[in-house]
Ligand binder design. Structure first.
Ligand code: ZN
Ligand code: ZN
Length: 220
């Protein structure tokens, strides 16, 4: 039983290691990643912000109470700036913006995770649910978990260059083993490894069929 658990945790760790290895090869910048966020969500967040500003200012400038003698008394926040409504409105806008920034960031990040998980072939709905469940108590831990666990994007087969999914075991074009294992201890190794990280067995390169790319190590 202990041996089985050990093997399961080892293969899990190996999977994480391979995922991180492939993700490191993904080049991305903030601008490109931001394009993953759905446009409708960005528009919605902007509209909600404008709406919050408008309602806040309207209420602040019009609220008040009627005293027993029938006179209407304005109650502008902050009271010290009641003489200059535009300044009071500006301060209110500042407060609304301060509250809106973290909320907008949270919503946009949710949209990013959902789309990103979809393009990586992961269960986007489940991840969204997990983050939403964890957020009230553990704040960003759901997002951290996602960015740590997420699978690599579809990548080019190291042998023939055809795009393959992160869950493929073999390249559908050239039959290349996409998860090569050490011939001695059967642990998964990365394509660029020259020696097995577990047992130091030397990894043989693939039989050169046409022109194998440099630095490729494939075990049989
Ligand atoms: Zn291939
Ligand atoms: Zn080995």
């Amino acid at each position: 039983m202990a041996d089985y658990q050990n093997r399961v945790s080892q293969s899990f760790g190996e999977r994480i290691r391979l995922n991180r290895f492939r993700r490191k090869q993904e080049r991305s910048n903030f601008r490109e990643e931001f394009r993953v966020v759905p446009t409708w969500l960005i528009v919605l967040v902007a509209l909600l912000y404008v709406l919050a500003l408008a309602i806040g200012m309207y209420v602040n400038l019009t609220r008040g109470y009627v005293s027993p003698d029938g006179a209407f008394h304005h109650e502008i926040w902050p009271w010290e700036y009641r003489g200059t409504p535009w300044l009071a409105s500006l301060m209110l806008a500042g407060v609304v913006t301060l509250m809106a920034v973290p909320l907008a960031g949270f919503l946009l990040l949710l949209g990013y995770v959902y789309r990103d998980a979809q393009r990586r072939g992961m269960r986007a709905g489940l991840w969204l649910l997990l983050i939403l469940v964890l957020s009230p108590a553990y704040l960003a831990i759901g997002f951290l978990l996602y960015f740590f666990m997420r699978e690599p994007l579809p990548y080019a087969c190291p042998q023939c260059g055809v795009t393959v999914g992160p869950r493929f075991n073999f390249c559908p074009n050239c039959k290349n083993n996409l998860h090569p294992a050490c011939p001695q201890c059967k642990q998964e190794v990365a394509e660029t490894d020259k020696f097995c990280a577990n047992c130091s067995c030397e990894l043989k390169r693939a039989v050169p069929s046409s022109a194998p790319p440099l630095g490729e190590a494939e075990a049989l």
